[in-house]
Design a protein. Structure first.
Length: 382
């Protein structure tokens, strides 16, 4: 049991200075003044700090991305403290280009491991490939019967993509939609968007030709180039949800794109931000040869939040929505996740006056305190 005293609460809406009591892994009370005199209750002094929901990163290659420059370029699996030091208490894992040397079985095993270590983890079946790599042999069965799996991954408009036809894209989206209905999950298609000139055209065509709801197909990396971003703005205006990726420099950072989106009357609730953490980034020459690559960091999510507040004049509560409540609503796990309310999971961050992470609580357990990691993954010290 944990009692946080005298702290400014951003739920993510600003609630003023409160006391917050956490028990059984849940937020039990949020009140003006809570007093417990019991040695079993851990008291945290929140004076001078801000309390926010834990961040939700919905696009992380938890088993490592990369591999596009041969076997030596395969990124390692992520560790627990890499996530918690970035303020991430809920993560969605997925595969990328490589659905050949990596598997859904490995992905689900890693998701279960991170859950055992203390955070909340979901996953998507599939990868860039089509036919879709799955665990049970079926998108529907993966989503319906595997607890962690809530959707499916596919790539479009990318030289590494499988160049699916509209009919094939329809089939993937329909399978995800129905499986979500059967299992009570989001049932979404996370659509990696590349630099290809077709952009979102195939998505728009199948949505016009079918009854598939727009919320089913979630394009991500839509800020990778100007033309795609404008298509994504239009998509969000019509009710679709779009995801912006951290780590993209200059004018196409998530914060800058959101500024533009709001001026263009794009509904803010249809925009989210993710890190693409532990996924590889790569550059190719005009002949398609790999010339440079690296791996993205999950700390980008917290870094972007700070930039949005300190340099782009977002309020704290506004900046938080894109990495907490908007994401939770899109994944259909709100209000269990993405907010601070009585009955919500005990996923909280304590931020100092510079918005740096002072403490992380996941599922009611203190993972970081006074900027010191208390809980590490099983093999982090080897």
């Amino acid at each position: 049991m944990i009692l946080i005293k005298n702290i400014e609460v951003y739920a993510p809406q600003y609630k003023g200075k409160k006391d917050v009591f956490i028990s059984g892994g849940k937020i039990s009370l949020i009140e003006e003044n809570i007093n417990f005199k019991n040695e079993k209750v851990k008291i945290i002094d929140g004076r001078g700090k801000k309390l926010t929901p834990g961040f939700i990163d919905q696009h992380v290659h938890i088993t490592g991305g990369g591999g596009e420059g041969s076997f030596k370029t395969r990124a390692p699996e992520i560790t627990l403290s890499k996530l918690t030091k970035g303020g991430i208490t809920t993560v969605v894992g997925l595969l990328g280009t490589d659905g050949t040397t990596r598997s859904i079985e490995n992905l689900v095993s890693k998701a279960k491991a991170l859950k055992e270590e203390g955070i909340t983890v979901f996953a998507h079946t599939g990868s860039y490939e089509y036919p879709t790599v799955t665990m049970t042999g079926s998108i529907k069965r993966d989503i319906t019967f595997i607890d962690e799996i809530i959707g499916v991954k596919l790539a479009l408009s990318d030289h590494r993509a499988p160049n699916v036809s509209n009919i094939e894209l329809q089939r993937v989206a329909s399978d995800a939609r129905v499986a979500g209905m059967l299992s009570g999950k989001a049932g979404i298609v996370v659509l990696h968007m590349g630099d290809g000139k077709r952009g979102l055209q195939p998505v728009n065509e199948i949505l016009e030709e079918t009854e598939i709801p727009m919320k089913t197909i979630r394009p991500t990396h839509v800020n990778r180039r100007e033309e795609l971003l404008l298509e994504a703005f239009d998509y969000a205006k019509r009710g679709g949800k779009i995801d912006l990726t951290c780590g993209i420099k200059e004018d196409l950072t998530p914060g800058n794109c959101i500024k533009r989106a709001l001026k263009d009357h794009v509904p803010s609730e249809n925009i989210t931000i993710s890190s693409d953490g532990y996924g590889s980034w790569s550059k190719y020459d005009d002949a398609g040869n790999l010339i440079k690559m690296g791996v993205s960091s999950v700390s980008n999510l917290h870094d972007e939040f700070k930039v949005m507040v300190s340099k782009l004049n977002f309020s704290i509560e506004e900046a938080l929505t894109y990495i907490t409540s908007n994401v939770a609503k899109g994944l259909e796990i709100y209000p269990r996740k993405g907010c601070l309310s009585e009955g919500s999971d005990g996923d909280l961050l304590l931020l100092d006056e510079n918005l740096d992470i002072d403490a992380v609580i996941a599922n009611g357990k203190v993972m970081i305190e006074n900027k010191e990691v208390l809980v590490y993954g099983s093999y982090e010290h080897i």
